[in-house]
Design a binder for this molecule. Sequence first.
Ligand code: F6R
Length: 366
Amino acid sequence: EKGGYEHFMLKEIYEQPHAILDTYRGRLNTEHGIIKMAGVEDNLQKFLNANRIIIVACGTSWHAGLVAEYLFEDFTRIPVEVEYASEFRYRNPIITKNDVVIAISQSGETADTLAAIKLAKEQGAFVFGVCNVVGSSIARETHAGAYTHAGPEIGVASTKAFTTQITVLTLIALRIANAKGSLSKSEYFNILTELETIPAKVEKVLRTDPHVKAIASLFKDATNFLYLGRGYNFPVALEGALKLKEISYIHAEGYPAAEMKHGPIALIDEQMPVAFIATKKGHYDKVISNMQEIKSRKGKIIAIVTEGDTTTKDIADFTIEIPETSEALAPLITTIPLQLLSYHIAVMRGCNVDQPRNLAKSVTVE
Ligand code: F6R
């Protein structure tokens, strides 16, 4: 059942090239520039007339929501807010019938997300679901939706659900942008074309696995970890930290790299590993100067970089090279080495990676 892999989590990490392909296949016709998702097509006017998009989710799905905030605002120019479902539902939020609410959930059963949906519906908003589990409560409770076609995710730590959520949200943002004309034709076609290269690029990142494992062995006894990124890679930093916390029980924090100097930099010494996401496109120079700040305080740097990057080699203690892609699609690629890093660290620490302590796959209680 684990297809020859030692754990479901590893199997699911390795399934990502296919899972991403399955998610856009049949929906995307790059040659003709067509994106077709029934749930979006049937409700296109609602998206086009939206004053605002509110995204509600928990955990890793909330991180996918943060990536979607960048995607939607970038491509469609519709203002986006991303909310923890648990906070949203209890804070008397302002919701109008001109709001579109997007609920993201792998299981489709998360109690807080479900409650947020019910609240949004009561206030007259149009609610769209992005779920993995077909026929789940959230899929049924929403007005319309689009499934991620990730296949069953058994490992408690979410991996392929995250990258396929981002894939679906990218398609939705692009469809709306095309209808609105908020993205130039060439940008639109460039991103569609680039999206089709992602499965092969993820496959290539997976080949860094032995190298990532070697790095993991050097950091398995760390007691803290910091993850830093900017722009589209900021949510990836949060996700990298969550993955490490939940399966290895190492304390980890994700931060926007520039926020570091407002407090967390005080933590940096030779005992503190810092994982940077420092791809060429996306505030590269600024991330490099953040990296220098860590280096001068003797933090240990692991950097996810674009292949061929030589600058980072002199600054970082370890680099993991990944293929180049457009800035907006970077999270689909930069996430992969961080999943592998936390997986290997957890295994080396003897943790039960598929069933971490205190965690459940579906959180059906608040
Ligand atoms: C992290 C993880 C959790 C879930 C969260 C939401 O790896 O698995 O943080 O992402 O409980 O679950 P869903 O997406 O099922 O609503």
